[in-house]
Design a protein around this ligand. Structure first.
Ligand SMILES: [Fe+2]
Length: 251
């Protein structure tokens, strides 16, 4: 008989919650408080449920994914990806008045054997120096700043000039932020770069990378930081450089 994966996974979740309730002697009033709390999602903005799931579980999905991948480590996509961003070759559009610290983002898109993957499509996006994303804030209403799509050439290499992203808080006035606060946790994410790589014949690669000694690396509210995703700045002509090579798994 075909196994019922929904029953297998969901019933294990139910059993795990029951074990936690017994372990911590959860009272009936606490149980009712949990019910009332969950009901607050019904009147919250539509992004709150995906936000809560991203904060508490998305990174774990990638940990599970990496148990059957050999290539570079994947990581949380987050809510700020925009597929309709500009095609770029050498730089991302930045706001000069923000006086961002210049950053060169360079690397190579390869298969797991180190052969370049020409024709791959690389998306990169990150926050501005105030921790905001274009398309999601009043002063950058379009999806054009601090993000771009690169068509990877024959040699697999890319090199883009942008500015260093900064840490930011997730939306924290709704149920997700209220729960984090009740848990004694802050709503900050450490500074990071986002990437998606698509290539024919390869698994989609979604990831983030973080910076050595970045503030909140150890207390990321999404608990997404992994040691293999922490990168050191190099320097070229006085500018910070992050080198990020991608090794993609074949389908
Ligand atoms: Fe982000």
């Amino acid at each position: 008989m075909k196994e019922n994966r929904v029953d297998i996974v969901v019933y294990d979740i139910i059993k795990a919650v029951r074990e936690v309730m017994l372990k911590h002697d959860v009272t009936h009033s606490e149980y009712l408080a949990a019910q009332a709390f969950l009901a607050t999602f019904l009147s919250a903005p539509a992004y709150e449920i995906p936000l809560a799931l991203d904060i508490f579980f998305d990174a774990t999905v990638h940990d599970a994914e990496m148990t059957h991948r050999k290539g570079s480590m994947t990581n949380t996509q987050g809510p700020y990806f925009k597929g309709d961003c500009p095609t770029v070759t050498t730089e991302l559009k930045v706001l000069p008045e923000k006086n961002g610290d210049p950053l060169i983002i360079e690397g190579r898109v390869m298969d797991v054997d180190g052969r370049p993957i020409p024709g791959a499509e690389l998306f990169v996006w990150h926050s501005d120096p105030d921790g905001n994303y274009s398309g999601f804030c009043d002063y950058m209403p379009k999806n054009d700043y601090y993000r771009g799509r690169v068509h990877i050439p024959e040699d697999g290499n890319f090199r883009l000039l942008s500015t260093v992203p900064y840490a930011y808080t997730i939306p924290h006035n709704g149920p997700t932020g209220i729960l984090l606060k009740a848990m004694g946790r802050h709503p900050w994410r450490p500074a990071h770069l986002h990437f998606i790589v698509n290539a024919d014949g390869f698994m989609q690669h979604v990831t983030q990378i973080y910076f050595r000694e970045g503030e909140y690396n150890d207390t990321d509210c999404a608990e997404s930081v992994r040691a293999d995703l922490i990168y050191d700045f190099e320097f070229s002509d006085g500018k910070k450089v992050i080198r990020k090579d991608f090794y993609l798994d074949r389908i």
